[in-house]
Design a protein around this ligand. Structure first.
Ligand code: FAD
Length: 417
């Protein structure tokens, strides 16, 4: 009997590769008929990159990603609040990567097909429900011809994202995701990379901010790279918004005027926005922490377990780490309820804390402190917030999110083969 995975996103595909590494039979059921490289940029923190390296994906990651060199917060006046080296430049043993989400998903998918064979991923297969028994679990899927199909396995892994069907059966009555006010518009534009050439830069204040970073290396002929950007505004929640769809295309007219005068000699925000061919709107939603991710032989991983505000580059990174921690539990206890319990015990409380931390703006919360102390207007940031205070703040965040450098560099591999 196999492991059944519902959802072929980053969590589901990493889970499949991990099971294969552990010689555990696995089949992924993905609801869409054809996987396509959807989304725009994401960041993979070194803790997640480490896990992908353990799956022998060094070379393919280097092909699609840009090694992030710097993470910088810049005030609305264009002055630096904070800048720190990232990845190898900071002393991590593994890089941080900025990548296109869809390209990463396709890379993982192709690798699953190459290593496990075509039959390991069934597309057009949507999980409807499950029935957990003492020694197996029955999962029910709807295939593309509308037929209900029953699949029996050892465990069911719900890796079916923000609108998880597995989660809604496990926690009936939970309702839709929670929107706290911020809305993000995302796009990519060909432009010359700024600062180090591989910097993640956030400009502005908590309620209005602009983020950009390259997700391709520059074309040697033109010097242009694909720059991922995100414009964010915070609204009064009484206005209401959608319940979270990553793929809604909108016109830049919806938000451009709010950023019209955001031009600096080193960054032209309106030009970057205008240069994008497609722009996607996403109301920043999350879900409240849960008391459990396990129900009999069924378990949640990735966004299905702990979708959170995308403020600390945790979504994809955490999805990868979840799959590996669950893999480690399978390796230790075999595929069964004991392993599911160990995974839940290892991860749940920390992720619940991280959901709440990200609601409080995660690492970007520093901008809130600056706002409070000087309304964001400063010449010398040291007079507003001393360096050691930011360092402590950042370390706390990295520790909570599992990528504090010393602990990560000294930690044994998650799966000890
Ligand atoms: C289309 C899309 C675009 C995205 N774009 C961005 C982005 O630009 N920036 C960003 O930060 N994050 C983006 N995300 C979210 C990001 O990918 C996740 O936060 C993170 O990677 C965690 O991954 P996951 O595998 O847990 O969830 P997801 O990446 O959401 O993957 C879940 C998968 O499950 C499938 N699925 C859903 N319901 C079922 C079901 N009932 N049965 C079987 N399969 C099902 C979905 O089709 C999807 O492939 C996007 C997600 C999606 C789905």
């Amino acid at each position: 009997m196999t492991v059944i995975v519902a959802g072929g996103g980053i969590a589901g595909m990493t889970m499949a590769l991990t099971c294969h590494q552990l010689e555990i039979p696995v089949v992924v059921h993905e609801s869409v008929q054809q996987l396509e490289p959807l989304g725009v940029g994401i960041n993979l923190q070194p803790n997640a990159v480490r896990e992908l390296f353990e799956l022998d994906l060094h070379e393919s990651l280097a092909r699609i990603g840009v090694e992030t060199k710097e993470w910088a917060l810049v005030g609305r006046n264009g002055n630096d609040v904070w800048a720190e080296p990232r990845g190898l430049d900071a002393g991590y043993l593994w890089p941080q990567y900025s990548v296109h989400r869809g390209r990463l998903q396709m890379l993982l998918y192709d690798e699953v097909i190459r290593r496990l064979g075509q039959k390991s991923v069934i597309t057009g297969s949507r999980l409807l429900s499950y029935e957990s028994r003492d020694d197996s679990i029955k999962s029910y899927f709807r295939n593309d011809s509308g037929k209900k199909v029953e699949v029996e396995g050892k465990v069911l892994i719900g890796a079916d994202g923000l609108h998880s069907a597995v989660r809604s059966q496990m926690h009936p009555g939970e309702g839709p995701p929670v929107w706290g006010g911020p809305v993000m518009w995302r796009g990519t534009t060909e432009a010359v990379p700024i600062r180090t050439g591989a910097s993640f830069v956030l400009v502005g204040k908590l309620e209005q901010r602009f983020i950009c970073y390259p997700i391709s290396n520059p074309d040697p002929a033109t010097g242009l790279a694909t720059i991922n950007w995100i414009a964010e505004l915070t609204y009064d929640t009484s206005q209401g918004w959608g319940d979270g769809d990553w793929n809604t295309k909108v016109s830049i007219d919806k938000f451009l005027k709010e950023f019209e005068d955001w031009s600096f000699d080193w960054l032209d925000v309106p030009e970057l926005i205008k240069g994008a061919s497609d722009v996607y709107e996403y109301p920043m939603v999350d879900r409240d922490p849960l008391d459990n991710w396990v129900d009999g032989r069924c378990v949640l991983i990735g966004d299905a377990a702990h979708v959170m505000y995308p403020v600390g580059s945790n979504g994809a990174s955490q999805a990868i780490v979840d799959a590996r921690v669950l893999g480690a539990a399978f390796h230790q206890h075999g595929v069964g309820t004991e392993a599911l319990g160990l995974y839940e015990m290892t991860m749940l409380e920390d992720m619940n804390q991280l959901i709440l931390r990200n609601r409080g703006a995660g690492p970007i919360g520093i901008l809130g402190i600056v706002e409070e102390r000087c309304e964001g207007i400063f010449d010398d940031i040291e007079e507003v917030i001393p360096r050691h205070e930011i360092e402590e703040y950042m370390l706390k965040y990295k520790t909570a999110a599992g990528f504090a450098m010393d602990s990560l560099n000294n930690a044994p591999p998650t799966i000890q083969l």
